[in-house]
Design a protein around this ligand. Structure first.
Ligand SMILES: NC(=O)c1ncn([C@@H]2O[C@H](COP(=O)(O)O)[C@@H](O)[C@H]2O)c1NC=O
Length: 531
């Protein structure tokens, strides 16, 4: 495809749409500008009912639409009219009495909506695979030098404006429309392949398939949101793509209110901070460095939550990412700005006063992502060399009722709160994760060690270095304690309660150690490895 070519002054448009919203107004606007319209059955009928001059496709092909709509536009008079190269194929078009079609307006059978019905039979799904539509879309997109292809009703008004402003459709617009058209058919075919890839081969046409979880090929489309200066390291190129459609408020929905462009690492770290802070109901602050929380706190106000989160690891917080779960207010913004170097601040929204305060440091990236609702099930991906690992997003969560007390000592109400707080933090710490917490504050975090006991040792060292009293804290381990060593470490630090999944071969040994130390221990029955 090239962008060369002149202004297109369309004389004839073919309109064939399943979703007919806005089509009457658009068709009328086209006829008002002297453009003839041809249409398929249902679209023809609607336009005619609305007193729009329109010719039925079947009167051009001289074939009726047949086979329940399977064949309507699949005819040389249509595809020749779209694909014929003006200036090259004129003679052959004339010889076969093929009139040029300069604009194609198509949207496709609603395959996504059809298969969203869990009772949809295989036959019904197959019948909702559009064939003639994508064929016209591809023909018109290929011949965008001479044809404008419209697959998105949100473009209708823009095209009318362009026709009025330029007395035609510019080559660059036709190129953009063609690109969008191929992206659209790629997404449509990907969706069909994903569906069929989950249907067992022996499914009877009239039955509802027992679909498998994962298709035989994995077809997905992401939209380019940003190109970064570099990737994880300066010698790596990088870009940020987001899922199409309605998205849960998060890193993909951010509005940048101020600051330098986000880097690859900023995006990854901000995602980690935001997803962690979403776990808390009370006003909360999470400070992240290198994808791990280094300070997490809840409090009555965001300012206090920030100050508490900062206090537990002032060294790591330098140049960190700070996330909040409430609108960023002036007091919290002031507390940060006067206190530390920060790369990114993110919150669901930002008050005008807070924005004015952060504006004193124009390099800080200030982001608003919108208010989130309940997290939706989705898939997570991880690229490995030559492959892609796909799994359910980790939406596992527990509450007090899910906890199984396995020690002789019963945890107090306050200890249960501390345990759940520590557990919520541990879920977002790279494995092996050990988190100490007390009164809505992470008092020590040990992350990413190859043996669990070293994560515990690191959490202890960091707490000591910050002068934080661990005694009386709860401890969370995101996966089971394989040996009693981490528990012995915790006991030495004065930890009074432990939360862990349980399920080790040596659970009895670990429970015995808890009882020996007088520690209350609960099992979650759920693990949160994070690599
Ligand atoms: N079979 C064909 O030749 C054909 N040509 C166009 N269509 C589709 O028919 C629909 C419009 O039909 P109608 O105008 O009859 O409501 C559009 O979604 C269009 O993509 C076709 N249908 C399916 O393949």
């Amino acid at each position: 495809m090239t962008q060369s070519g002149s202004l297109l002054q369309p004389k004839r448009a073919l309109i064939s749409v399943s979703d007919k919203s806005g089509i009457v107004e658009f068709a009328k606007a086209l006829t008002d500008r002297g453009i003839d319209i041809i249409s398929t059955g249902g679209t023809f009928k609607l336009l005619q009912e609305n007193a729009i001059a329109v010719t039925e496709v079947s009167s051009i092909t001289e074939f009726p639409e047949m086979m329940d709509g399977r064949v309507k536009t699949l005819h040389p008079k249509i595809h020749g009219g779209i694909l014929g190269r003006r200036g090259i194929d004129d003679d052959v078009m004339q010889q076969h009495q093929i009139d040029a079609i300069d604009m194609v307006v198509v949207n496709l059978y609603p395959f996504a909506a059809t298969i969203a019905d869990e009772n949809c039979s295989l036959a019904n799904a197959i019948e909702n695979i559009d064939i003639g539509g994508p064929t016209m879309v591809r023909s018109a997109a290929k011949n965008h030098k001479d044809v404008a292809i419209v697959v998105d009703s949100s473009k209708y008004s823009q095209l009318i404006e362009e026709l009025d402003q330029h007395q035609g459709i510019q080559a660059s617009t036709r190129f953009e429309l063609a690109r969008a058209a191929f992206e659209h058919t790629a997404q449509y075919d990907g969706m069909i392949a994903n569906y069929l890839g989950t249907v067992p081969s022996d499914t009877a046409a009239e039955s509802t398939p027992e679909r498998t979880d994962f298709p035989t090929t994995f077809n997905s489309q992401f939209l380019l949101k940003d190109i970064m200066r570099y990737g994880e390291n300066p010698h790596q190129r990088a870009a940020f793509y987001v899922e199409p459609g309605e998205k849960e408020a998060g890193i993909s929905t951010i509005t940048t209110l101020q600051g330098k462009a986000l880097s690859y690492n900023n995006i990854a770290d901000t995602d980690a901070a935001l997803e962690c802070v979403k776990c808390f109901d009370e006003p909360a602050c999470v400070i992240v460095k290198h994808a791990n929380p280094c300070g997490v706190a809840t409090a009555a106000t965001l300012k206090e939550a920030y100050q508490r989160a900062y206090s537990v690891d002032t060294t790591s917080a330098f140049g960190g990412i700070i996330a909040f779960n409430r609108e960023l207010d002036k007091a919290a913004a002031e507390a940060i700005i006067g206190n530390q170097f920060v790369e990114v601040i993110i919150a669901p929204s930002v008050s005008a006063e807070a924005a004015a305060c952060v504006a004193q440091k124009p390099n800080i990236r200030l982001l608003a992502c919108g208010q989130w609702q309940q997290a939706k099930p989705a898939l997570d991906f991880k690229k490995v060399n030559g492959g892609l690992l796909v799994q359910d997003r980790d939406l596992g969560s527990i509450n007090a009722a899910d906890l199984k007390v396995v020690s002789q000592v019963q945890p107090s109400e306050q200890q249960i709160k501390d345990l759940l707080f520590a557990w919520n933090v541990a879920k977002f710490v790279k494995s092996n994760a050990i988190v100490y917490a007390k009164d809505g504050l992470s008092t020590g975090i040990g992350a990413g060690q190859m043996s669990r006991v070293y994560s515990a040792i690191i959490a202890n060292i960091k707490a000591k270095d910050q002068g934080i009293e661990i005694a009386g804290s709860a401890m969370a381990s995101e996966a089971f304690l394989p040996f009693r060593d981490s528990l012995d470490q915790a006991a030495e630090m004065g930890v009074s309660a432990v939360i862990q999944p349980g399920g080790s071969m040596r659970d009895d040994e670990v429970i015995a150690a808890a009882n020996e130390h007088g520690i209350a221990m609960v099992f979650t029955g759920m693990r949160h490895f994070r690599h």
